[in-house]
Design a protein around this ligand. Structure first.
Ligand code: BDR
Ligand code: CA
Length: 319
């Protein structure tokens, strides 16, 4: 059984990913850690508690970063994408539980220390909490089995940035944190827009979920209306990419993805702030910015239909 921390700025597609993880076999959610991003950290923490309570996810919730380590791209929260409350403006029951007293990064360090087995982290918001955990405990790298990050865009399959021509939203929300984490030596897989834009949830599939996956399916259909409308305004299709669920899919079935191993850095200021760039380890560069970096795993292609089927069948599997 794999123990996983789900680090999230929960958000509409984050909630789908959390429910997917919850229903998956062979994984245990050790904790949910929150941060700002799709909404304020107050709202994302409330969303995490509310979703966990509503669907019986028995995992402690730890509140994390309210802002980035340094400069980020943009300000405020993307209400046009995730709604004012981060969950598509649906009515949420006020959670009766509260976040645990430790902050998210302290909880990551403690859990990594306490558990017998090495911990996995799935991070589907920016990387502020993980960077703070590394600052608190630099030896954390040795206690993490793997970190799977939804974030970034390298241009594979024609997919570039979604908040600037080159930057993806999670990475752009804290570029320095991402650069620190990618250079840290934690075994990291980057699941970027290169592959997440290849996996779409369409209207028929979400209707099927509402029928086959009980209250979880109905919740996903209801909360994703706002998200579908946002994507329709861009693409003309009533459908949305399964960004964060792709990170969960990688955790469950890495064989559904094609990958390369390269170092990754993030641009931390200027017009390309938030851009993720991977090196080419066969070259020697003049720039010393690429010296002695660990390799990360980067997803470059995906079996889209298989990931969508895994998502739908897992959600419908236990009602
Ligand atoms: C990422 O940004 C957020 O809007 C989504 O939840 C996802 O994690 C996609 O760029
Ligand atoms: Ca997210």
């Amino acid at each position: 059984m794999k123990s996983v921390i789900f680090d999230t700025d929960i958000g509409i597609d984050d909630a789908m990913a959390l429910l997917f993880l919850h229903r998956a076999e062979g994984v245990r959610i050790a904790a949910i850690t929150t941060r700002f991003g799709n909404a304020s950290v107050e709202d994302t923490t409330r969303n995490a508690l509310a979703v966990a309570e509503q669907f019986g996810i028995d995992a402690p919730v730890y509140r994390g970063a309210a802002g980035p380590l340094a400069q980020r791209l943009g300000e405020g929260f993307p209400e046009h994408v995730h709604g004012k409350n981060g969950l598509g403006n649906i009515r949420l029951n006020a959670p009766s539980s509260r976040p645990r007293p430790l902050s998210a990064h302290e909880a990551i360090v403690d859990l990594a220390d306490m558990l017998d087995e090495k911990l996995s982290i799935i991070a589907v918001g920016g990387l502020t909490n993980v960077a703070l955990a590394l600052e608190l405990e630099p030896a954390l790298c040795e206690r993490i089995a793997d970190l799977i990050v939804m974030g970034g865009a390298f241009g594979y399959n024609g997919h570039r940035g979604n908040v600037s021509p080159v930057a993806e939203a999670n990475i752009a929300s804290d570029p320095l944190a991402a650069d620190i984490v990618f250079r840290s030596g934690i075994p990291t897989t980057v699941v970027g827009l290169d592959v997440t834009h290849e996996v779409e949830l369409g209207e028929k599939a979400v209707d099927r979920l509402a029928e086959d996956a009980g209250s979880v399916g109905r919740f996903i259909k209801e909360s994703s209306k706002h998200y579908f409308e946002f994507h329709r305004s861009i693409t003309g299709n009533y459908a949305c990419p399964l960004h964060d669920a792709c990170a969960v899919a990688y955790c469950l079935r890495p064989d559904l993805f094609q990958t390369i191993a390269q170092s990754v850095r993030v641009v931390t200021d200027g017009i390309a702030i938030g851009q993720t760039i991977h090196g080419d380890n066969l070259r020697e560069y003049v720039s010393d910015a690429w010296d002695e970096l660990p390799e990360n795993t980067i997803c470059t292609a995906v079996d889209s239909q298989a990931v969508l089927d895994l998502f739908l069948s897992t959600l419908a599997s236990r009602r």
